[in-house]
Design a protein around this ligand. Structure first.
Ligand code: CS2
Length: 495
């Protein structure tokens, strides 16, 4: 089957949106580390809009930090790919030309460094997942025992980690008399900019204190909030895109119409006029917190409860009335812990979120969201629980979500089907619950993991009891039974 490429662009049906600018005239102002589906459906689309408006400084060099898969998908297409947008009723597709090259870091370290150190590069964006920062969640220090980080601490001649690449490239820029680039972490972490800055400066400091000072004084690591639901691409998505395009696109991504990017207005070099695509603000934290606790918190709850019930997709979980109650209740609890930005109408945001989750054509898998729970839980569920325990108010729904995550670690759903727990701490968590006969002991041993639970929660008996109660119900009556129990509680309370 013919592939999407510059040569086949003209053969696409006329209605399909495509780059309107001269791709050959584009400079590469952006390097992106971690070029997965999310980047291609989010930041790359926003830079594509900038390019379409005629500012040609903002082409992207994509870097895959691990596998060559994305390069293999994109290279035969000269970086062109399509974004399939499904709103639940109809679908549309557009072609993106912003990504020019995909480099695979383990094979092309020097090319990655050259791209980062190039004078045309002004912005580096990152989606390296929560675990890519190599920071201890409890202390905020570099995880020196991590094999890749320990290699980067010893030498930056062949960087292994994202912070390692940034520090090595910043040293090259400094030596060449260039300004640093603005580094924008686009991962779902609170204060993602400060975390990235902390990792980069700590690592730089270990090699060259003057470099660390220069980065601290001249560099910029704005906080940011990114939002767009991007389910993993399936063969069926590739097939429907093929029907719409008339050519094959192995690099396509699928997403929803909604797209939001809030960036702290703190750049250290050139930046594009983002127009309406980006909200520039001095305070990202309230946006970040609302999104993490409402959208992502509910997502994780839906993923573990739905996954345990053997349900594949988010919208199918929400077809269960008790699951909708659970989400609304979790939002009630989490909302009380927020200081939302004045521009955010939380009631409207919740309604819009439920509609996004209900999108029946997006087919967002519960398994995808369930991944890496140990890295996601602290900011999504444990932080609002901590706030509730401090200020009062029930934590039933938040705790049910956490208990479902604990149960998820058993690797077997309510129908007895086994699955692989995809999480960097999977082995640690499995060994903590192995051989523990009582739900109370399983909860205690999980709550003791200080890489996940903050000290304030590890000591908290109220949380321990609530989690134990839910784990017991989950184990005896399954996720559906637990959801019904939560709903019944509400009815009993007469609310
Ligand atoms: C999801 C997010 O997989 C997950 O953990 O909660 O990827 C979510 O879809 C995005 O943050 C939405 O912006």
């Amino acid at each position: 089957m013919t592939r999407l490429s510059a040569a086949t662009l003209d053969s696409l049906p006329a209605k399909i949106e495509r780059p309107t600018y001269d791709r050959n005239a584009v400079r590469r102002g952006v390097v992106h580390l971690g070029i997965g589906a999310f980047h291609r459906a989010h930041q790359a689309v926003i830079f594509e809009d900038v390019l379409n408006r005629g500012d040609l400084r903002w082409g992207i060099t994509g870097v895959s930090l691990r596998s060559p898969t994305v390069r293999e998908q994109m290279a035969p297409q000269e970086g062109l790919y399509s974004v399939l947008i499904r709103d639940g009723h109809s679908e549309s597709v557009r072609i993106i030309g912003a990504v020019h090259d995909v480099l695979v870091a383990p094979e092309q370290r020097q090319d990655v460094l050259a791209a980062l150190a190039h004078p045309d590069t002004h912005i580096v964006t990152l989606t390296i997942t929560e675990k890519g920062y190599k920071l201890d969640p409890a202390t905020g220090a570099l995880i020196e025992s991590d094999p890749q980080m320990s290699a980067d601490l010893a030498s930056l001649a062949t960087p292994q980690t994202a912070p390692g690449f940034l520090v090595a490239a910043l040293a090259m820029r400094r030596a060449a008399g260039l300004r640093p680039f603005t580094a924008i972490s686009c991962d779902n972490l609170p204060h993602n900019g400060s975390r990235l800055r902390a990792a980069v400066i700590a690592l730089a400091h270990r090699h060259d204190a003057a470099l660390a000072d220069w980065i601290g004084a001249e560099g910029a690591f704005p906080e940011t909030m990114v939002d767009r639901i991007v389910p993993a691409t399936t063969e069926a998505d590739i097939a429907s895109t093929r029907e719409m395009l008339g050519v094959e696109d192995r690099a396509m991504v699928k997403t929803e119409p909604f797209c939001q990017w809030v960036i702290e207005d703190k750049f250290c070099g050139e930046r594009p006029d983002f127009g309406d695509s980006v909200q520039l603000t001095s305070a990202v934290a309230p946006w970040e917190e609302a999104k993490l606790r409402l959208l992502n918190g509910a997502h994780s709850g839906i993923a573990y409860l739905g996954g345990l019930a053997g349900i594949d997709h988010v919208h199918e979980v929400l077809a269960i009335p008790a699951a909708r109650h659970f989400v609304e209740r979790l939002w009630d609890e989490a909302q009380a812990t927020l200081s939302p930005p004045p521009e955010l109408d939380v009631a409207a945001y919740r309604n819009a979120l439920m509609a996004r989750f209900d999108n029946p054509t997006l087919l967002h898998r519960t398994r995808q969201i369930a991944m890496d729970g140990s890295q996601k839980l602290p900011q999504r569920l444990l932080a609002p629980i901590e706030a509730r325990l401090r200020t009062g108010g029930s934590i039933d729904a938040l705790a049910l979500a956490v208990a479902a995550w604990i149960r998820w670690q058993s690797g077997r759903d309510d129908l007895g089907k086994s699955y692989v727990v995809d999480d960097p701490l999977a082995d640690v968590l499995a060994s903590r619950i192995a051989g523990q006969d009582y739900a109370a002991d399983r909860v205690s041993r999980i709550m003791d993991v200080d890489a996940i639970f903050p000290a304030t929660l590890r000591q908290n008996d109220a949380l321990r009891e609530t989690l134990t109660g839910w784990l017991d119900i989950l184990e005896r009556r399954g996720a559906r039974g637990a959801l019904q129990r939560l709903e019944a509680q509400r009815l009993e309370a007469g609310t």
